[in-house]
Write a protein that binds this ligand. Structure first.
Ligand SMILES: [Fe+2]
Ligand SMILES: [Fe+2]
Length: 156
């Protein structure tokens, strides 16, 4: 089915953001594993896998709307040098994702594309959950202090 061009373009932009997030999170997850923070490693790796599912859903929808998914471009990847910097960079990525998905939902509404809207709504709920998890980590770091917080992250 031929989709609204603006919607297809927006889905392609979202795809680029998802692919960028996957790369950022995979690097962060592996850095955490390298430092022995197994619990963080698992949590961040799981988030990267969820972004992969989002990318798959976006690709599927773009193809259905007769667009061509762009998978050869990434936005700027922000790698943190330590855990707090990683979590800060990831929080910014997730906050941007929530903004972008909400904009896209608005556009899908304008184009009367309810099925795309449904898909975007299901994804933005996951992104909300990612923001929530990251904010919890900052709460814990503030309450425990960074060294004690990190000491809770060594076991999966
Ligand atoms: Fe995502
Ligand atoms: Fe996310």
């Amino acid at each position: 089915m031929k989709g609204d061009e603006r919607v297809v373009k927006k889905l392609d932009e979202l795809l680029c953001d998802e692919l960028t997030a996957i790369m950022q999170y995979v690097v962060h997850a592996e850095m955490c594993a390298n430092w022995g923070y197994q619990r963080l490693h698992q949590a961040v790796e799981m988030r990267a896998r969820q972004e992969m599912h989002h990318a798959e859903k976006l690709i599927s929808r773009i193809l259905f709307l007769e667009g061509t998914p762009t998978v050869s471009k990434l936005n700027q990847v922000h790698i943190g040098a330590d855990v707090p910097q990683q979590l800060q960079a990831d929080l910014e990525s997730e906050q941007q994702a929530v903004r972008m998905y909400n904009e896209a939902i608005h556009l899908a509404d304008e184009a009367s594309d309810a099925a795309t809207r449904d898909l975007l709504e299901s994804i933005v709920k996951d992104e909300d959950g990612h923001v929530d998890w990251l904010e919890e980590q900052f709460d814990q770091m503030a309450q425990l202090g960074v060294p004690l917080y990190l000491s809770t992250q060594t076991r999966a």
